[in-house]
Design a protein around this ligand. Structure first.
Ligand SMILES: Cc1cc2nc3c(=O)[nH]c(=O)nc-3n(C[C@H](O)[C@H](O)[C@H](O)COP(=O)(O)OP(=O)(O)OC[C@H]3O[C@@H](n4cnc5c(N)ncnc54)[C@H](O)[C@@H]3O)c2cc1C
Length: 394
């Protein structure tokens, strides 16, 4: 047996013994929030995987990882998939801020923050966008002023997803207002349990409140919790965005959910609504659409796989923008195809007449329109691809 074959056999055996049956299949995936109670099996699964270093399989062992190389990482993901095991831990800790601290943090910062990210001790929110700073992020005005051994943070962030459940927030702040706008920014880590941090949920038309406004009123950050150096936040913050985009694209190998390969349910779904003629999906237009969608999905998977194989770090640089964008467009195309296949049944909004699966499909179609806004809009990704990937002039 080669070393990799041995690794696969041991991984398979360990997962069989340690993955509780109830965490195989769809269900809650922890984000590490102290405010969300986990059921016994989900908690046990997280604890066992964290002890083995497999919540962050590629991180160094001293910070809670298992130091898996790319091949071993792929094997772990394939074996998790083979038993339909849920990811033990997800969120901005293992996927965004953790790998950023690994690249830019000091040894003390790594020792302080990474093991707790790896164990899921605390969920993280993202404090980037402001009412006047979305795509033009460098225009942000939330500020940090030095006060002895601390920074005092004042200002507001908007669209902070999940902030009501989060324990910490990483925030881009202005540390030097007199410098050119890209050069006066820093990235700080803020404990959200202090009185200087207030979270206001934004209620959407659906009644749900996944987004919040997060206000800072003299919130305190110890100077040692500024990551990557004072006024270096634009560089650090952009790298974090690459981790975010790579997560959306399925090519971030920091946490243990990257590189998922799922069998397409689409042919069965469309066939179910449209029916068949001579063994083929009856509607010619939908049949062509489905064929294109399946080919694009396959191409996307191969691209994800190739991007992971070519990785020099836990996530690619500017390639993340391209794969994030094509992934989002492909998912949205699939949503539109499902709604089209459902015909008039796909447009029922009233829960007393629509069946719940149809309603879920419609809600997913609407919600996933946000995939070409979150993490940087489609136009912003196209600008990055034009300039940084294709090298076109400004
Ligand atoms: C589901 C979701 C979750 C989010 N979660 C978070 C979060 O947790 N934390 C956080 O900080 N933010 C979060 N955001 C905010 C997100 O990062 C911003 O919405 C995004 O960066 C766009 O900024 P904006 O909404 O201000 O739009 P704007 O920047 O005002 O853009 C408006 C329109 O103008 C276009 N545009 C702007 N500039 C250019 C340009 N130079 N060239 C071409 N077109 C341009 C845009 O593409 C867009 O179509 C989230 C957003 C969504 C949808």
């Amino acid at each position: 047996m080669t070393e990799l074959e041995t690794f696969r056999a041991e991984t398979r055996a360990w997962l069989q013994d340690n993955c509780p049956p109830s965490v195989r299949g769809p269900g809650t995936i922890p984000i590490g929030s102290s405010k969300i109670e986990l059921n016994e099996d989900t908690r046990l699964w997280l604890q066992r995987m964290a002890e083995r270093g497999w919540t962050v399989p590629t991180w160094p062992k001293e910070y809670g990882g298992a130091e898996l190389n790319r091949e071993e990482y792929q094997i772990l993901i394939e074996e998790l998939k083979a038993i339909n095991a849920r990811t033990p831990l997800t969120g901005r800790g293992v996927n965004y801020i953790g790998p950023t601290i690994l690249e830019f943090g000091t040894d003390e910062q790594k020792a302080k923050w990474l093991p707790r990210c790896a164990r899921g001790e605390g969920a993280w929110a993202m404090g980037y966008s402001e009412p006047g700073a979305g795509s033009d992020l460098a225009s942000l005005s939330c500020r940090a002023e030095r006060d002895g051994d601390n920074y005092l943070i004042n200002g507001s962030k908007i669209w902070t997803s999940d902030a009501t459940y989060c324990d910490y927030i990483f925030v881009l702040v202005r540390t030097s207002p007199d410098k050119p706008k890209h050069e006066g920014i820093s990235l700080v880590l803020v404990d959200m349990s202090q009185p200087g941090v207030k979270v206001s949920p934004i209620q959407l038309i659906s009644g749900a409140s996944p987004f919040c406004e997060t206000h800072f009123d003299n919130a305190i950050v110890p100077v040692e919790d500024l990551i990557g150096g004072v006024d270096n936040g634009w560089t650090v913050g952009k790298r974090l965005l690459q981790f975010e985009r790579s997560t959306h694209a399925g090519i971030n190998i920091s946490g243990s959910q990257g590189g998922r390969v799922e069998e397409s349910q689409m042919p069965g779904f469309v066939r179910n609504y449209v029916g068949e003629t001579d063994g083929k999906i009856a509607d010619h237009h939908l049949r062509t659409w489905l064929t294109n969608y399946e080919m694009n999905t396959h191409a996307q998977r191969i691209t994800q796989r190739r991007a992971i194989e070519e990785l020099q770090s836990r996530a690619p640089g500017f390639t993340s923008s391209a794969v994030k964008l094509t992934n989002a467009l492909n998912i949205q195309d699939g949503d539109e195809l499902m709604v089209a296949a459902m015909g008039s049944q796909g447009l029922r909004w009233d829960p007393t007449t629509a069946d719940s699966a149809q309603l879920d499909t419609l809600k997913k179609f609407l919600y996933q329109k946000s995939l070409t806004i979150a993490g940087g809009t489609k136009e912003v990704q196209l600008n990055i691809i034009a300039k940084r990937v294709l090298g076109l002039p400004d």
